[in-house]
Design a protein around this ligand. Structure first.
Ligand SMILES: C[S@@+](CC[C@H](N)C(=O)[O-])C[C@H]1O[C@@H](n2cnc3c(N)ncnc32)[C@H](O)[C@@H]1O
Length: 372
């Protein structure tokens, strides 16, 4: 069988590009280039499956279908018609096409979508009879009159690992939580505490990293509906992943003031199969005198920012208390806080440096770290 080499692109949230490149490296897939918003890499089908199964920071993995210059719609149609659609799409599949255009003569994204869709359906032998059922997402991007057409291989975004059926207020994406842990060089060998854990995302992602659990183990991917999907290969990769899992001796702890979110976190940990190594307790930051885990490790949290949670007048005081709590109870640990730059960081007190600029649900935030 001919071995195809694909040009691929792992899409990541801003600030997580380097972490994603390191993840690809660990999968023995070399990053070809790192750009804002993602990492380009090359490889075969196995690398594509492996990237979807293992990448913790990527939100989706794209496969490049083709790239060409185009400055008018008839030309776009002709060139789109020649793309190898049949390699990725079974006839009768509904296409969901998205387009963007920057500094290009073809700017009307609605017409770009229509043109590419007409060409693709013609190449595939006709439009699907029904406009429901699973669809295939196609991304068309024009920049400086160069058109790049990509197939989404992931389907549902990769941050949806499947374990978090319920969330508290202002939850963070699993991909962001995992990326932050990687930026803090946390690899599972030490204790992890989140004193404002909400639905438990840091703790559960931390447990997955520590236990080497593949994040894509229990979900479906768009590539499973492509022609020549190699189910046998996928099963081999999943079995390999199961064999590489390890137990964790560390206890990962989350606390939160709100008892209902602590209950959610416990349920999410059960769904994620990490309840044996995690513990979630009700408790405010001022209430605990000592850590239940002794050895120095990492304490990290994503406190309310005011934009989505909390009363603005009380926030500065909350951050002041948080900084004091970190220094008094977790001396010797690495401490990190994800929050917007400015007065809230100042309220944390001495020692916090910004190590990355990130985005949490549309809000620009920094990752601030201190050696306590
Ligand atoms: C932005 S949310 C954290 C979201 C969490 N990272 C997740 O992914 O679900 C902030 C959390 O801080 C908790 N919180 C607010 N004040 C607190 C305090 N003084 N002590 C402990 N938790 C507090 C809130 O109940 C809320 O769940």
């Amino acid at each position: 069988m001919k071995k195809y080499i694909f040009d691929m692109f792992a899409v990541v949230a801003p600030g997580l590009e380097e972490a994603c490149a390191r993840e690809l490296d660990a999968l023995n897939v070399s990053a070809v280039s790192i750009s804002k918003g993602g990492v380009a890499f090359r490889g075969g089908l196995e690398d594509l499956y492996r990237a979807n199964l293992w990448l913790r920071t990527a939100s989706r993995v794209l496969v490049r279908l083709g790239a060409f210059g185009s400055r008018d719609f008839p030309d776009l149609y002709r060139k789109a018609l020649r793309l190898p659609w049949g390699r990725f799409v079974k006839p009768g599949t509904l296409l969901q096409i998205k387009a963007s255009s920057y500094r290009s003569r073809l700017q009307h994204t609605g017409r770009i979508i229509e043109t590419v869709r007409d060409a693709a359906y013609r190449a595939l032998g006709g439009e699907p009879a029904f406009d429901e059922g699973p669809s295939q997402q196609v991304l068309v991007r024009f920049e400086n009159d160069q058109c790049l057409v990509s197939m989404d291989s992931s389907g549902e975004l990769l941050y949806r690992r499947g374990y978090r059926q319920m969330v508290g207020a202002a939850p963070m994406r699993e991909t962001l939580a995992a990326g932050i842990l990687m930026l803090l060089n946390w690899d599972g060998g030490k204790p992890l505490v989140d004193p404002m854990c909400g639905s438990g995302t840091f703790i559960i992602e931390g447990a997955h990293i520590g236990m080497r659990k593949a994040p894509g183990m229990n979900r479906e991917f768009a590539f499973m509906r492509w022609p020549r999907y190699r189910q046998g290969l996928w099963h081999v990769l999943k079995t390999e992943a199961t064999c590489s899992e390890r137990g964790s001796e560390e206890l990962l702890c989350g606390y939160d003031l709100a008892s209902e979110v602590v209950e959610l976190a416990r349920q999410n940990a059960v769904n994620a199969e990490v309840d044996s190594v995690t513990r979630f307790e009700v408790g405010g930051i001022g209430e605990r005198r000592g850590s239940i885990v002794q050895a120095p490790g990492l304490i990290v949290c994503n406190p309310p920012y005011g934009a989505r949670l909390g009363n603005d007048a009380e926030l500065t005081e909350l951050y002041r208390q948080l900084g004091d709590f970190y220094r008094s109870v977790y001396s010797g640990w690495q401490g990190a806080v994800l929050c917007p730059p400015g007065r809230l960081v100042k309220a944390l007190g001495r020692g916090f440096d910004c190590i990355a600029l990130l985005n949490n649900g549309g809000i620009e935030v920094g990752l601030y770290r201190a050696f306590l």
